[in-house]
Design a protein around this ligand. Structure first.
Ligand SMILES: NC(=O)c1ccc[n+]([C@@H]2O[C@H](COP(=O)([O-])OP(=O)(O)OC[C@H]3O[C@@H](n4cnc5c(N)ncnc54)[C@H](OP(=O)(O)O)[C@@H]3O)[C@@H](O)[C@H]2O)c1
Length: 266
């Protein structure tokens, strides 16, 4: 990786964002990391500094547009430019759509979609001025094909894809790139957060699970060599292909991938 790269990451206090910050900093990138939990964020920055890297931690909430504008301004102020905006912060809620409340749906949209929109929107003027840059959005395999009981979450992940595809076509031919990442189930805090948000115990989904470092490695490769789409678990791309050709057949395949809430949290 170009060791001078400046990479901003939302949701870097845990999970995929944290793993990516550590990974790209190890390659020499200077990272600007944001999340709401200051102590966890500082721990990530400390780990990066201890390994000889440079990290600027910024406590910020992706649902606040001003926070995202500040994130980009501070990155440019500190490092002189911004090369990558990784829109990663997000969470899930499980349940049939008649069990999900309107407030839960709005909150999911606020964090997962509006948070992505604000972060990308804050970075784009800098990228246009520089004549180069890279927006990366962490969607999900359920942003390509919905699974049972994940409708509200899945909708926010599809929304990111729509935003990314349009932006990608707009900047096509320039040195500004847009990438969407489609992880499968990944070992992070995501499932604990989802159980708490849902207030219910949730069944473990059938299907592959990967480590956050696998996703981080795939993102690092995309930063080095920008591509439109990244499937950190490559075989999952088949689901998108089958769904495009035979969505009804795919309904039967994904039935087993659902995450049904089963009862109150212990
Ligand atoms: N884990 C999976 O199975 C999986 C699969 C596919 C896609 N994804 C996607 O991957 C992304 C990262 O999730 P993860 O699995 O790494 O989950 P995670 O371990 O729970 O990490 C989520 C991160 O987002 C941050 N965050 C949440 N709300 C925020 C807000 N309002 N403002 C700023 N930061 C916020 C959290 O930090 P604070 O709480 O400190 O703010 C945390 O750093 C999400 O977009 C998720 O949809 C996850």
């Amino acid at each position: 990786m170009n060791p001078n790269r400046v990479v901003a990451i939302t949701g870097a206090s845990a999970g995929i964002g944290r793993a990516t910050a550590v990974r790209v900093a190890r390659d020499g990138a200077r990272v600007v990391i944001c999340a709401r939990r200051e102590a966890a964020l500082r721990a990530v920055a400390g780990e990066i500094a201890a390994a000889g890297g440079q990290a600027l931690p910024i406590v910020a909430d992706v649902t606040r547009e001003a926070d995202m504008t500040q994130l980009v301004a501070k990155a440019v102020e500190r490092f002189g430019r911004l090369d990558v905006m990784l829109c990663n912060a997000g969470f899930g809620v499980a349940g049939a759509i008649d069990d999900i409340t309107s407030d839960q749906m709005r909150r999911l949209m606020d964090v997962n979609y509006m948070g992505t929109f604000y972060a990308a929107r804050a970075a784009m003027p800098v990228f246009r001025k520089q004549g180069r840059g890279h927006v990366i959005m962490v969607s999900s395999i359920v942003g390509k094909r919905g699974v049972p009981y994940m409708g509200a979450y899945s909708a926010t992940k599809f929304a990111q894809v729509g935003l990314a595809e349009c932006l990608r076509a707009e900047v096509s031919g320039s040195d500004i790139h847009v990438t969407v990442v489609y992880p499968v189930s990944t070992e992070t805090e995501f499932f604990d957060v989802m159980s708490k948000q849902t207030g219910l115990e949730i069944t473990r989904a059938y299907g592959p699970r990967q480590d956050a470092t696998i996703v981080a490695d795939a993102i690092a490769r995309a930063i080095d060599r920008p591509v439109p789409e990244v499937y950190p678990y490559p075989r999952s791309k088949a689901l998108a292909v089958v769904n495009a050709i035979a969505p009804g057949f795919c309904d039967r395949i994904v039935k087993r991938f659902g995450r049904k809430p089963v009862g109150p949290l212990a």
